[in-house]
Ligand binder design. Sequence first.
Ligand code: HEM
Length: 352
Amino acid sequence: MYYGGYLQLDKILGAQYPASFEPGNEPAHDEMLFIIIHQAYELWFKQILFELDYSISIFSKEKINDNSEDLNLVRHRLHRVTDILQLLIQQVHILDTMTPLDFLEFRNLLTPSSGFQSKQFRLIEARLGLQLDSRHHKEYYKRTNEGGFTLNDYQHITETENQKTLLQLVNNWLERMPFFETAYWSDHTDKIDNHPFWTEYRKIYTNGLTEREKSKIDDFDYVFFEKQSDTLSREQMDQLRSYFSPAAMRAALFIMLYRDFPVFQTSYQILDALIEIDHLMSNWRHKHLIMVRRMIGMRVGTGNTSGAGYLEGALNKHYVYRDLSGLSTYLIERKKLPKLPDALIRSLGFQL
Ligand code: HEM
């Protein structure tokens, strides 16, 4: 075993070919930084995909044993993804040491390639659960001509988009949570919206709303019970809950509320990590957008989109776990939480 051999450094360190260093061109010093920073990003994207694939493989199991290491490893590895994303956000600063004039020295040589074509970035988005139909300017993603993807990359991205995403698998996992089963709530035999827990919770939540917030109860009924009120338009409903089912949202809220019980900690941290990943992806998009504005102003991108305009749209629209972060709207104070039945607590695996 030899350091350079194990790490294949010949390949990695021999993979920087600045276009401006080619014969006939004027060498642009900063193009080396430009290449290295992109390559560093792509390496980290690879690691992120590796961790997401692990989580997907666990959530793909028909039954996840809460008493095995599975969920804890998912939690641990999703937190690793958040740490990597923090680093990727900071890395944008290094690129800021290149001025717009420095960039102009080699920018035209790059056309029509662009970070837009980063297959791994698209795979991360797709694995997390971003669907083509929810993308800003979705027609951009179907391009296999100039500025778009190669046919191979396009097919790979489309295939991944058609596979089960982390979002769908987490939704199914949440739906399987047994919290509201009749066995634990002795006086309950009716539909879920008449369930004793939800009847009490809805009352406490309503009482906690201020006058200006009164309409939030309509949102609550839609998000958790699919009840549609005349006051809500289709667009508003999509804003409130677009990807997760009402059953999954009920389980997620329950986990968030009772997170202080040790038995819910891991599940809570997994949900929190997903919200954090969304948050950090959007922080990265924002930093990248600000850097792009400074670098090229309002010029179109080398990848032939409208440039900063496109990036701003993607920033606003490409949230995947918005439904989960929206759950904060429906929390109540700890001291008002309904007491859980003993049978439920016992079955969840901890003693009173
Ligand atoms: C001088 C530096 C940079 C400039 C001026 C720039 C510019 C742009 C522009 C204008 C776009 C929109 C697509 C287009 O028309 O080209 C874009 C997209 C993108 N760029 Fe950059 N970029 C820079 C650096 C980077 C770096 C270092 C990365 C790291 C991987 C990166 C990754 C991406 C990604 C992933 C997208 C797609 C974003 C999305 O769809 O939300 N860019 N970039």
